[in-house]
Design a protein around this ligand. Structure first.
Ligand SMILES: [Zn+2]
Length: 356
């Protein structure tokens, strides 16, 4: 099995096109065509994780957090990033990351966190939906029209997911159609259902021969978005939830912004509807307060915590690493179901902070 076949299993559930425009997902280091001996799934591309992969005879590491955000101008083995890139190259090891594309599918980071906390899977929905139904669009346009069509598609919202900027690709697609050689550009991107009419209109009137393919994206219930909201089978008190977060996420250090019990409270200080957002979820405090009375996230931040206090929202801040770690087991399960190579979950706690 080649490395590209392994990562394809994850891409089918969390397409790279869904990643935020500032993000850098997918291949970080390595050869997509390399035969895979074993896969290690981890949250962070830490140096200790690279060692762990080596110890387990794995030559492909799949992480949630990417290693490369900024373009490298030099491969300085003394820099924190360069050091790890150099080591991966030396050891002929691949690194591939699913970051915000895994944050915004309900099955991903937040589904795994909600599952770990015991929320009913059937009740889950995104806290901030991005698109009620989305399609992958491919359109083949005569090369001479590329610039004009690019502007039109950007204005129409191709590749715009939520409030992020347009993100789509133009690929040269020259080839023969029958006996005639066509010089074309293929436009590829995600289009949300609410922008589909505008995108179709942008492609209209370009001549009869502009083929357009639309493929519905089969995400979990066709919905993508940030965070998740769901129901506990029975109400729990704040103290019980704090205990559960500690036990099930392995978070030794939990901080709480005390809010008010929710309208669905079965008694004083009891919560049944819970919102979650793995990682840095402070900016979703207003959305979380509208959806429920209690919010579990990784990092909230001082000012967002003050907003939560004002809104009466109880926040349990359990740490970036601990709220995202449940997705490691989920990724490994997706892979084991289809891959014919050994798949391991990292056993390392790579959170940089310790409680002192
Ligand atoms: Zn994260």
């Amino acid at each position: 099995m080649q490395a590209q076949d392994v990562v394809q299993i994850i891409q089918e559930r969390a397409p790279l096109d869904l990643a935020a425009s500032w993000d850098h997902v997918g291949w970080q280091v390595g050869d997509p065509q390399a035969p895979v001996r074993g896969v290690l799934v981890a949250l962070d591309p830490a140096e200790t994780v690279i060692q762990e992969a080596q110890d387990r005879n794995c030559n492909l590491i799949i992480t949630h957090h990417p290693l490369l955000f900024q373009p490298l101008r030099a491969l300085d083995p003394m820099s924190p990033v360069g050091r790890r890139v150099a080591r991966l190259v030396r050891q002929d090891m691949g690194l591939w990351s699913a970051h915000t594309n895994l944050d915004c599918v309900l099955d991903g980071v937040n589904g795994a966190l909600a599952h770990a906390l015991g929320l009913d899977p059937a009740s889950l929905r995104p806290l901030v939906p991005l698109a009620q139904g989305a399609y992958r669009l491919e359109a083949w346009v005569p090369e001479a029209l590329t610039d004009m069509v690019q502007d039109r598609l950007r204005a129409a919202g191709l590749g715009t997911v939520g409030d992020q900027g347009a993100r789509f690709w133009e690929l040269p697609a020259n080839g023969y159609a029958g006996s005639s050689f066509l010089e074309e550009t293929a436009f590829v991107g995600i289009v949300s259902a609410d922008r589909l009419t505008a995108v179709r209109a942008a492609l209209a009137g370009l001549g009869p021969a502009v083929p357009v393919h639309l493929t519905p994206l089969a995400h979990h219930r066709g919905v993508v978005g940030w965070g998740a909201v769901g129901e506990l089978p029975v109400s729990l008190t704040r103290a019980e939830l704090v205990d559960r977060v500690r036990e099930r996420l392995g978070a030794a250090h939990v901080r709480v912004v005390p809010g008010m019990p929710g309208p669905d409270a079965a008694g004083p200080d009891a919560y049944r509807t819970i919102t979650v957002c793995g990682g840095s979820g402070g900016s979703y405090v207003p959305d979380a307060a509208r959806a429920a009375a209690l919010y579990v996230t990784g990092e909230c931040g001082y000012h967002h915590a003050q907003d939560a206090q004002l809104l009466g929202l109880t926040v349990i801040e359990a740490g970036h690493f601990y709220t995202e770690r449940p997705v490691v087991a989920r990724l490994a399960a997706w892979l084991r179901f289809r891959a014919d190579v050994p798949v391991y979950e990292s056993q390392l706690d790579t959170a940089p902070f310790v409680t002192a």
